[in-house]
Design a protein around this ligand. Structure first.
Ligand SMILES: CC(C)(COP(=O)(O)OP(=O)(O)OC[C@H]1O[C@@H](n2cnc3c(N)ncnc32)[C@H](O)[C@@H]1OP(=O)(O)O)[C@@H](O)C(=O)NCCC(=O)NCCS
Length: 126
């Protein structure tokens, strides 16, 4: 059916591995939270868009953003995302990051991504 959005059997989890360079550091020598929020937003968008290829997602909101351990120059972090649940026009995406060397959790949050067509929220399922 034209316009029908068919969910793909996308992998449950997406992953990005990042080397922490100087340009991500704040004046204390740890990573700016804002960069991590940007990476989280990207990963939420990626997970939603790969699960629903016909959708056009915008970020409706984020849950609480918990930064649980600092990230330093030279650290390698892994950021993960995955669809947790699907609503009428939205899906909820879990996003979290760990320090790849130590296994320490770096942050955890969720995003609600909404399918928008012609400026209005639109159903994800037929
Ligand atoms: C996205 C937009 C069109 C949605 O319209 P809206 O009238 O606000 O829609 P709603 O408040 O009903 O929310 C739409 C969906 O998000 C869900 N939602 C909204 N706020 C939520 C929250 N705090 N927690 C969980 N889900 C939430 C609703 O439950 C609904 O889901 P469902 O249809 O799957 O049940 C509109 O809010 C908008 O344009 N926002 C700006 C988006 C933007 O510019 N983002 C930044 C750049 S990407």
């Amino acid at each position: 059916m034209a316009g029908e959005i068919i969910p793909l059997p996308a992998p449950a989890r997406h992953e990005k591995t990042l080397l922490i360079r100087h340009e991500f550091l704040n004046h204390y020598g740890t990573v700016f939270g804002g960069y991590m929020m940007q990476w989280a937003d990207d990963m939420a968008y990626n997970a939603a868009s790969l699960a629903f290829p016909g959708a056009r997602f915008v970020t409706r909101c984020f849950g609480q953003f918990d930064f649980t351990s600092p990230v330093q120059l030279g650290d390698i972090i892994k950021i993960f995302s995955g669809v947790e649940s699907v609503g009428e026009t939205s899906c909820k995406i879990q996003v979290w990051a760990v320090n790849a060397r130590t296994g320490a959790e770096v942050f955890r949050t969720f995003a609600v991504m909404v399918n928008v067509q012609e400026g209005k929220k639109a159903p994800l399922k037929s």
